[in-house]
Structure formats: C-alpha cells, structure tokens
Design a protein around this ligand. Structure first.
Ligand SMILES: [Zn+2]
Length: 318
C-alpha cells in the first residue's frame, strides 16, 4: 500500500490515470469478443505488462482489468460464478504492478442490462452484483474505486450505494459517458450534465467526471468547461481556481474533485473495426486545456495508449 492514502494524494493536485486496457489487449493479440476480464485468470502476465507500461509512461494509478467483471456482464461469457475470483485476481495483479508508490483503482463498469421498468433488471439484484464485485476488488487490495462509462443515472446511483455499503471509507470516483446532442451533451440514456453532476455530488463521491463517449477532442474540452462551471457554482464543492494551485480539499468533508478520461477522439469505423485517430501529442494538448480548468484527475479511455499517457505526463508534469 502506498504511504499516502489515495484521498490524501488526490488532494495534492495532478493525478494521472492510465489509458485504455481494451485497445492494448487487441494490440497484444486478444480477439474482439473474448472475455477481457477472464484474462486476469487466464493470462495474468499480459495484464501485468499493460499496467506496467502505463506506470512507466507516467500514470499515478491504473484501473483494474474488471470493466465487465460484474455478474451480469460476466454471465454473457458463462462466467457469472467467477466474480470473486476474477476481481480479486485483477486487483492483485494491478497492486503488484503499482508497487509501494502508486495506486490501484478498482474498475466498475455497467451491467449492460436495463433496469426496471425499461428492462427486466431488478434494482436489488443489481446492487448485490456491484457489492459482490466491490468486495472482491477490495479483498485484492485496491486503494479506491472508479465507477465509469455509466449512461443511466439509476444504475450509477445503485453502483455508488453498493460500493459504499461494502467498502468502508475508500474513495469513489464516478464517471459517465456523454455524446454531443443539439445544444449540449447527454448520455446515451438521455442524462444531461447538470443532472449527472447534481446526483453524483449528492451521493458524496470523491470525484465526478466523464469518460468514453463519442466526442471530438475540442468537444471534450467544452464538456470539461461545463463540469468545471457546474462544480464552481456549488458552494460545498472545492475546485482549484487554477490548475497550479493546490485544491482546498478538507479531507473527509464533502468536497468533490473533477476527473476526465477522454477517448483518443471520436470513434471511426474503418474496415469494420472501430479506430481512434487522435495522436498522443494532440491528445495531450487537449488534456492540458482540460487540466487548466482545474481538472486534476486525468487519463484516457478508448484508443489511448501508453504513448498518449507519456505525452500527457511530459506536458503536465513539467
Ligand atoms: Zn472508452
């Protein structure tokens, strides 16, 4: 475990997350459609090496390879009984790569199902599933959690409450995926930024923000401006006036930081494959603008590589 707790560390300023896991897995020969989460059991060295590459590039934390490691998402691959094994293994692999100085965030993604009344998923069952995942990640030694790529506010709410119910006081980051719509941004499920921020902040998480989505780099910057403005308008939330200034975070008090994990630009379909074309330099240039808005927790989502994180670290850690 690092000497400084994750909550103390993020209160000190810039904190770099990693880039994509899926993109690196495909680059290392894993077939699309394979269960990425099962690789924690089946091919732990592959996962360890990807984590290591991100730490070498300058990440302060990596996300466990558990985006789809809840009972429902694993069930689609026939692994619904492997939640504990997969999540604990994933946390241990990331922990080993992080060593004593760096951090591990337990990654929790969506169930992939719709809650009632839109779908058949019962809220209690979903809460149990996220609690089961969080417990197993915690057993493997994570420093905190990131609930990400959520598009439904009810699912995000349930996930936050589930993690809180089993993981004591470990920090929680909450992040939703936005697309561009006329006049602003909304998630696929129609959640606007105002509602997302208000709900996530009211649930008392440590950081709120955005990841993934289908935006161009300049649109991610605009989205970041929107987040920064919304949080600055809330009197109980501390946002640094400038990025260089250490944020005034009262530990344990209800203060919320901002996080951003853009994709490497808008996804494009080439020969039936989804590709992301933004170069490390252009990614880092946009991330620098995002950082200048007071957003201190920054990483990359789909299409970003260790080279994107290296470019980011070179620009922001100077
Ligand atoms: Zn993504």
């Amino acid at each position: 475990m690092p000497r400084m707790s994750l909550r103390e560390r993020i209160s000190e300023g810039l904190f770099l997350l990693d880039g994509a896991m899926g993109t690196q897995l495909i680059a290392s020969g894993v077939e699309a459609g394979e269960c990425n989460d099962y690789l924690n059991i089946d091919s732990p060295d592959t996962i360890f090496e990807i984590h290591q590459a991100y730490f070498r590039a300058g990440s302060d934390a990596v996300l466990t390879n558990t985006f789809g490691a809840n009972k429902f998402a694993l069930g689609r691959h026939g692994f619904s009984d492997k939640v504990k094994e997969i999540n604990t293994a994933a946390a241990k692999i990331a922990r080993r790569a992080a060593g004593k100085e760096r951090y591990v965030l337990g990654d929790i993604g969506p169930s992939g199902d719709f809650l009632q009344p839109l779908g058949n998923l019962e809220p209690e069952k979903l809460e149990d599933a996220f609690a089961e995942q969080a417990k197993a990640l915690s057993a493997g030694g994570v420093d905190g959690f990131i609930i990400e790529t959520m598009t439904a506010l009810d699912e995000m709410t349930i996930a936050i409450e589930a993690v809180k119910s089993v993981c004591g006081d470990l920090p929680i980051f909450a992040s939703m995926a936005f697309d561009k719509v006329t006049g602003g941004f909304k998630t696929m499920m129609g959640v606007d930024v105002e509602s997302a921020v208000a709900k996530m902040v009211s649930l008392g998480v440590d950081a709120v923000g955005f990841n993934c989505g289908t935006l161009k780099m300049e649109q991610y910057v605009t989205l970041a401006e929107k987040f920064a403005k919304l949080l600055a308008d809330k009197s109980d939330v501390a946002v640094p006036a400038t990025a260089k200034q250490t944020p005034n975070v009262k530990l344990g008090a209800k203060h919320v930081l901002l996080l951003a994990e853009p994709n490497a630009g808008k996804p494009e379909l080439v020969d039936g494959r989804t590709v992301y074309k933004v170069t490390p330099e252009d990614f880092a240039a946009a991330a620098e603008k995002i950082h200048s808005l007071g957003i201190n927790i920054i990483g990359g989502c789909c299409g970003t590589t260790p080279e994107h994180i290296r470019a980011l670290a070179e620009r922001l850690k100077k």
